[in-house]
Design a protein around this ligand. Sequence first.
Ligand code: FMN
Length: 190
Amino acid sequence: MTIQYLHASKFGNGAKIAAEFKRQMATDGVAVEVHHIRDVKASAPARADLYVFSSPGRMGRPIGGMRRFLKKLRLPAGTRYALLTTEMAPKPDKKTGRMPTEEELARWQRIRPLMNEVLQAKGLVLVAEDKVHVGGLKGPLEDAWEDKVGAFASRIALGVADVPRDAATGSATRTRHGSTELEAGSARVR
Ligand SMILES: Cc1cc2nc3c(=O)[nH]c(=O)nc-3n(C[C@H](O)[C@H](O)[C@H](O)COP(=O)(O)O)c2cc1C
């Protein structure tokens, strides 16, 4: 059972997440190979049971390198994948102090929808998706980000084990770094 974790980290936050994901999956006996996309040939990526794609946000979209990589990517239809992006934490409106609603955010933060669009057009199958927030343009990662990565890793471990969907979305959340529980709906598993 192998996972290829392909990221496009520019300032290092996404690279840290990749390393943490690898560490957590290793405790489940799942091997993860982490690569920056600049070191991977999109037309012939190494074989894996599952691919995780991770991109930072840029003007509401995935960073350009990831957009080009996904466009060129060649994998057989039916290949399973997951997304774990790094995105700016929402901020309150400067004038009103009001936080944007999910709907408002989704209008300009189209990072994962755009990645899904390209990958699903190639017949790839989404297993899970989530984001980790950064506080500013270059970071730092949100508090307790390791827990979020742990919860995501749990879902992936269940996903690659091909357990029934109910079990995958149930309460089998592990919290290796503290007491944070997986937020309902923070990651999707199919
Ligand atoms: C020019 C620029 C534009 C950005 N635009 C967005 C954006 O639209 N949405 C977003 O979530 N993050 C945006 N970010 C912040 C990135 O999310 C952040 O740089 C990234 O998550 C950090 O990950 P990395 O350290 O792995 O590169 C932007 C950053 C820069 C430098």
